[in-house]
Design a protein around this ligand. Structure first.
Ligand SMILES: Nc1ncnc2c1ncn2[C@@H]1O[C@H](COP(=O)(O)OP(=O)(O)OP(=O)(O)O)[C@@H](O)[C@H]1O
Ligand SMILES: O=C(O)C1=C[C@@H](O)[C@@H](O)[C@H](O)C1
Ligand SMILES: [Mg+2]
Length: 167
């Protein structure tokens, strides 16, 4: 069973996932990184082939990731695929959440997400996805104004104490 981190763009899935994997002694997989490895930069894929194509290759990356006993950071929109939604029933799913005010600086800082050029785009996208994120998650963790090490440690304790397997 994998532990899968889902949630809004820039919530911290990749950074916290890496820390959590280290704490649990598991490998870390990022579906965005698989896509970049196999197809090049995400912005280029969106620009040259469009979102539908991106979602198809993202689904392939998700299948590869979920076949491993690992900590997996999903891309923000990976959960949109209905087959992926069904697959997640077999895994531990953690929603890393963040509010618009707290995420604004993070969005501005890197500017590498084609679907979220600014905070208004982020708000609209996350509002549309929020019910889905919440439905799929076994646990929700607020990441705003909290050190990433602390969040990773809290999740590692939850897994060690068996909470991940009973909720
Ligand atoms: N708890 C936090 N406090 C402050 N900054 C954070 C926190 N979590 C993440 N960040 C910063 O926000 C940015 C996005 O983090 P990260 O890449 O881990 O997000 P993500 O959820 O993987 O995003 P994406 O959906 O685009 O893959 C990074 O610059 C990171 O340093
Ligand atoms: O939220 C989204 O739809 C995305 C988030 C990123 O992780 C990347 O997967 C890509 O930029 C799309
Ligand atoms: Mg990420």
């Amino acid at each position: 069973m994998a532990i899968v981190l889902i949630g809004p763009p820039a919530a911290g899935k990749s950074k916290i996932g890496k820390k959590l994997a280290k704490l649990l002694g598991k490998s870390f997989i990022d579906t965005d990184a698989i896509i970049v490895r196999d197809h090049g930069a995400i912005t280029d894929i969106f620009r040259e082939h469009g979102e539908a194509h991106f979602r198809r290759i993202e689904r392939t990356a998700v299948i590869e990731a979920l076949s491993q006993d690992a900590i997996i950071a999903f891309g923000g929109g990976a959960v949109l695929d209905e087959n992926t939604q069904r697959d997640l029933e077999q895994h531990i799913v953690v929603l890393l959440d963040v509010d618009a005010e707290s995420v604004e600086g993070r969005i501005k800082a890197d500017g590498k997400r084609p679907l979220v050029p600014d905070i208004d785009a982020w708000k609209a996208l996350v509002a549309a996805r929020r019910p889905l994120y919440e439905r799929l998650a076994d646990r929700r963790v607020e990441t705003a104004n909290r050190p990433r090490d602390e969040i990773a440690q809290e999740l590692a304790d939850w897994v060690h104490n068996g909470g991940a397997f009973t909720e």
